[in-house]
Design a protein around this ligand. Structure first.
Ligand SMILES: *Cc1c(COP(=O)(O)O)cnc(C)c1O
Length: 486
């Protein structure tokens, strides 16, 4: 089946689906031999058994609904039920993506308003809502940067500078876009090393990708100077906005020289995202990069909302249809609930993180004692190595006490890293209980290290081989039965 790309009478480009008769398809031609099912191996079970099976599975979960999930960098905040209720309204869920614009004016208005609010919060000239997640936002950001340089004939700009504290998606995205990567060191305070940055900023640099606050939870105070240095050489500044929870309502990256940034709507603006999505990663762009944003952009001409396909320098389309609409709905509901008080998100996120760090800094090692943290912080469990206990063991033991574990071994520049993010939605009592658990585990590590090294004891599955599920995929019911027998 082929999608036919056509220009409509109004000059807009759209997709036309060809007529399709399923009976005429010879699946043997379409699906390679070996992938065609010969029999259907479904279990013979009653509805009641299925209900019990899935209910029990759901009860085995650690989730924000049952416990704090202090997973640093992921911003696992509470997702208000009202947002889910709004986003499950059939008037929103039942719209066909090919519905003509005339019939979906309120839907386009909703998208337009979210776009305008993100522009305002980020200080950007324009925003594309299209990317499906943060990582795809990064992809778009770098495609914009590439388009900008190509447009100006900057053929020599082949390098993306990336700090050594960066999230793995940053170098992965740069590599996918065909750039070379040059790593910039972090300094003793946990910020971008200024000398190293200046040394590595040569004429071949297309952009720097920086996370702010960075993955150590530390604010990059020289962001404006960094932007100026880059701009002087016609290089650009990408900001990874995954940590925007620390800044929302307080700091507009676009006003400090950031040319492009992705928002993680599912992190900052509340969509449940454990288990892999769906999320949304809108991208904000400065005047320089606005001409290259993907089609279509949702616009308002004073009377009606419409999808603008007429962006001559656009990098094209990123995703089928327009993006993860229902995630936008939840983000808009969340932003409007706060209204003018939206800065309270970052106030309380930072307050909670600083308070929890204060409670824990005596029992674990603080790699950056002179720098205050923002919405998350990284401590090192290296003080427990002498008892044979590692960060991963501490994380496993935390599960026995009913909390989910923090992020471990990231960022890579901190030995035995535990990265903790309480978010603004946890109360002081929970923070105290969590701190008490960590203190207790540190004591156990000293007195009975075997207890920590063999944890968890109370979870349905104990220590697993971390990579086994990737290496030996089990996809069918029959395989499950076979694996249990062997
Ligand atoms: C989560 C995260 C990303 C990637 O975002 P996804 O929405 O998971 O694709 C990128 N950078 C940082 C710092 C992150 O925390």
């Amino acid at each position: 089946m082929e999608l036919i790309f056509e220009k409509s009478r109004k000059g807009r480009i759209g997709y036309k689906l060809p007529e399709l008769d399923v009976d005429e398809i010879d699946f043997k031609e379409v699906i390679p031999e070996g992938y065609l099912r010969k029999e259907l191996n479904l279990p013979e079970v009653s509805e009641l058994d299925v209900v019990r099976h899935y209910t029990k599975l759901s009860q085995l979960n650690y989730a924000v609904d049952t416990t704090m999930v202090p997973l640093g960098s992921c911003t696992m905040k509470y997702n208000p039920r009202i947002n889910e209720e709004i986003a499950s309204n059939p008037k929103l869920t039942n719209i066909h993506p090919f519905t003509p614009e005339e019939y979906i004016q309120p839907i386009l208005k909703l998208a337009y308003e979210l776009k305008e609010l993100l522009k305002e919060l980020g200080g950007f000239a324009d925003v594309s809502l299209q990317p499906a997640a943060g990582a795809q936002g990064e992809l778009l950001g770098l495609l914009l940067i590439r388009a900008y340089h190509e447009d100006r004939g900057n053929r020599d700009k082949r390098v993306i500078l990336i700090p050594d504290s960066a999230h793995g998606t940053n170098p992965a995205t740069a590599a996918i876009c065909g750039f070379d990567i040059r790593v910039v060191k972090s300094d003793k305070k946990g910020e971008l090393d200024w000398e190293d940055f200046k040394k590595k900023l040569k004429e071949d640099v297309a952009a720097l990708m920086i996370t702010n606050p960075n993955t150590l939870g530390i604010f990059e105070r020289r962001i404006k100077e960094v932007a100026d240095e880059l701009h002087e050489r016609d290089a650009l500044l990408y900001m990874d906005g995954a940590n925007f929870n620390a800044l929302v309502g307080k700091f507009k990256p676009g006003e400090w020289g950031v040319d492009v940034m992705h928002f993680n709507l599912h992190k900052t603006f509340s969509t449940p995202h454990g288990g892999g999505g769906p999320g949304a990663g809108p991208v904000g762009a400065s005047e320089k990069l606005k001409p290259y944003l993907p089609v279509p952009q949702v616009e308002f001409d004073g009377e009606r909302y419409y999808l603008n396909w007429d962006i001559p320098k656009s990098v094209g389309k990123l995703l089928t249809f327009y993006g993860h609409f229902l995630v936008w709905v939840k983000a808009l509901a969340y932003i409007l609930t706060y209204g003018k008080e939206i800065g309270k998100i970052s106030d309380f996120a930072v307050l909670n993180a600083r308070y929890l760090k204060h409670l824990l800094k005596e029992v674990l090692k603080d790699p950056y004692p002179d720098t205050p943290c923002m919405h998350e912080f990284v401590l090192s469990a290296s003080n427990l190595l002498k008892y044979g206990v590692k960060a991963g063991d501490v994380a496993k033991r935390i599960l026995d006490y009913g909390f989910y574990a923090p992020t471990m071994y990231f960022p890579l520049i901190v030995k035995e890293a535990l990265m903790i993010e309480p978010t603004e939605t946890e109360n002081p009592d929970t923070l105290h209980r969590f701190a008490k658990v960590i203190k207790r585990i540190v004591l156990e590590a000293k007195k009975k290290p075997e207890l920590v090294k063999n944890a968890p004891f109370k979870t349905p599955v104990r220590r697993i081989k971390e990579a086994e599920a990737n290496r030996n995929l089990i996809l069918t019911y029959k395989d499950v039965v076979k694996s249990k027998e062997s």
